[in-house]
Design a protein around this ligand. Structure first.
Ligand code: NI
Ligand code: MN
Length: 228
């Protein structure tokens, strides 16, 4: 599968011929100035929670591309209220088989409200099984015990974990999370974008290396080909 980083917690994953876009926050990210949101392909936009740094560009990209917005009930309702016709509601613990793979909405320990203060439902993550490998996109979350269930009952091949600390878990807890979920290939997210979440890249990568794990911190705009 092909993975492109658009900054903060926003990734595009090309799998099974479909473009999945996670938590689009690009126009508000000064570090992602070089990214043109009008050039991003999307068939599905998966949204972990309602915070502005995860939803800012979702409506605009969905309207232009016709992508289906996937999120918890309150995110789905928000999408419909904003004129989106294709949206798929889920809730924590539920799975749905899409044409690119099966998505299970996972727990996340965080908060979730829209920019206007309205309720965004529970924060969530996504565990996605595809023929090209299984992904865990944790969303904004603390380290939590429930991650062990993914490690015990599922097969995570590649995980997107927040590492920025302060608003989410930091590097040390992400390392523990990688053990909980039994996945040694981690792509870091939710770091460097604004104050409070600056990360020393070399030190973070080294900490994972010492535990025989690979932490990848992608450059904004970078695309990698990942194979299981
Ligand atoms: Ni958040
Ligand atoms: Mn966030």
């Amino acid at each position: 599968m092909r993975i492109t980083y658009f900054g903060h917690a926003c990734f595009q994953v090309e799998v099974g011929g479909k473009h999945l876009l996670f938590d689009p926050f690009i126009s508000g990210n000064p570090l992602a100035e070089g990214i043109d949101i009008d050039n991003i392909a999307a068939d599905y936009i998966l949204i972990s929670h309602a915070h502005d740094d995860h939803t800012r560009d979702a409506i605009a990209i969905a309207k232009r591309t016709g992508a289906t917005i996937v999120g918890i009930w309150e995110i789905y309702s928000w999408a419909l209220r904003n004129g989106i016709e294709k949206a798929h509601p889920m809730n924590i613990g539920g799975s749905w088989k899409f044409d690119f793979g099966t998505v299970k909405m996972t727990d996340a320990v965080h908060s979730s409200s829209f920019a206007d203060g309205s309720y965004g439902g529970s924060p969530a993550g996504f565990y996605i099984e595809t023929t090209e490998g299984n992904l865990y996109y944790a969303g904004d979350t603390a380290l939590f015990n429930g991650m062990k269930m993914l490690g015990k009952y599922h097969n995570v091949d590649l995980a997107f974990l927040p590492i920025g600390d302060n608003f989410t878990m930091g590097v040390d807890d992400a390392l523990i999370a990688s053990r909980f979920i039994k996945c040694d290939q981690i792509i870091g997210m939710h770091f460097d974008t604004f104050g409070f979440i600056q990360v020393d890249h070399a030190q973070a990568i080294e900490k994972f290396k010492q535990r025989d794990r690979l932490l990848t911190l992608m450059e904004i705009g970078q695309t990698i080909e990942w194979t299981k």
